[in-house]
Design a protein around this ligand. Structure first.
Ligand SMILES: C[S@@+](CC[C@H](N)C(=O)[O-])C[C@H]1O[C@@H](n2cnc3c(N)ncnc32)[C@H](O)[C@@H]1O
Length: 247
């Protein structure tokens, strides 16, 4: 079943896919500023947490899903020095920025390749990657069970999916403040700084419609993953889930 990622309600996949392509192809060059603005810089702390938890070794071949402009890819390169990283995304304009960063030396010698890939239909062989990384990707996908099943399929047995995503603060006061921020401040403040109000309206709506930590865990388990754990950041505004493909 596919959903509209802005509402969580059942809808044809094309609605969300076309919207995501429109948003990310037009903000590709401003995306990094957009990211910094929307999280008040906290995304750097969350990314560092993701690296800390990622079970990635020096011989590993890593697949970065929804890699965008390469933030996760280059962080993995710097933190883990794996054998190879395949950085993929649905939107070619995002990968053009990532390619530019690689050419400027951001991969620090780790071989990185790029490919336009829809995570819901990954064109790689079964059991071909040691780890799959994904930051702020799954929330934008209309068929999340299919996307997670594809990530499970391309992972080797024993491999791990490491997923950073916006989530739900468990404390109700913090959650209420955060919901107010999402509803009222993010579109205003984000639009003012980047000139792209629509992108921020979508960001806020998609976060509010996204499952909480337990809901995402259940989706991962339904796709076959086991030993799913998560760690909250900034009181649960973001969470890093680590899920294993059984041996
Ligand atoms: C918020 S950005 C995150 C980029 C990057 N992971 C980061 O941490 O900066 C979300 C990315 O997901 C990509 N995306 C959305 N739907 C996708 C899909 N079905 N398959 C692959 N990538 C997708 C978008 O093109 C966009 O680059």
């Amino acid at each position: 079943m596919s959903i509209d990622t802005a509402t969580g309600k059942e809808a044809p996949a094309e609605i969300s896919s076309e919207r995501v392509k429109d948003i990310f192809s037009s903000i590709a060059k401003k995306y990094e500023r957009f990211n910094a603005v929307s999280s008040f810089g906290a995304y750097k702390v969350w990314l560092a947490g993701m690296m800390k938890q990622a079970p990635i070794g020096p011989d590993d071949d890593v697949l970065d899903i929804a890699g965008g402009t390469g933030d996760v890819t280059f962080s993995v390169a710097r933190a883990k020095h794996p054998a190879h990283i395949q950085c993929t995304d649905l939107v070619p304009e995002m990968l053009d920025v990532a390619r530019m960063h690689r050419d400027e030396g951001a991969a620090e010698g780790v071989p990185v390749d790029f490919d336009v890939v829809d995570a819901q239909d990954i064109p790689y062989a079964d059991a071909s990657y040691d780890a799959v990384t994904m930051a702020y990707g799954i929330r934008n996908m209309p068929d999340r069970p299919q996307a997670l099943a594809e990530m499970f399929r391309v992972l080797k047995p024993g491999g791990a999916l490491v997923c950073l995503e916006f989530s739900t603060p468990p404390n109700h006061v913090w959650r209420a403040l955060y919901t107010f921020y999402l509803k009222h401040l993010i579109p205003f403040w984000g639009g003012l700084i980047t000139g792209d109000r629509d992108g921020f309206v979508y960001l806020a709506r998609s976060i509010r419609a996204f499952p909480d930590q337990r809901g995402l865990t259940a989706l991962m388990e339904d796709a076959g993953f086991s030993d799913v754990t998560w760690k909250n950041y900034t009181g649960g505004i973001a969470a890093v889930h680590v899920a294993k493909k059984p041996e």
